[in-house]
Design a protein. Structure first.
Length: 85
């Protein structure tokens, strides 16, 4: 487990990044995302944090994110969901 987290740290250190606090706004949007896109709680919190920071690209192999409008999903194949509206 420590080795896996070490590799993840090495990967993240290649880019600028920062942590986002889970605020009441994040919780509220996460619930909306769970309802709208049938996401699980963890996925909806990750997505809510990203959206509230203006991030609409996400790296994930989780197919559940394919249901999310306006999200550019980077996985083994670039997948662009339908634009919002």
């Amino acid at each position: 487990m420590r080795a896996m987290f070490g590799l993840m740290e090495q990967f993240l250190d290649q880019s600028a990044w920062y942590e986002v606090a889970v605020t009441s706004a994040v919780r509220s949007q996460a619930v909306d995302l769970m309802i709208q896109y049938n996401l699980d709680a963890h996925d909806s919190v990750h997505l809510a944090c990203a959206r509230l920071e203006g991030v609409y690209d996400l790296v994930s192999f989780d197919r559940g994110f394919r249901r999310v409008d306006g999200l550019v999903l980077w996985n083994n194949q670039l997948y662009r969901a339908q634009p919002i509206g």
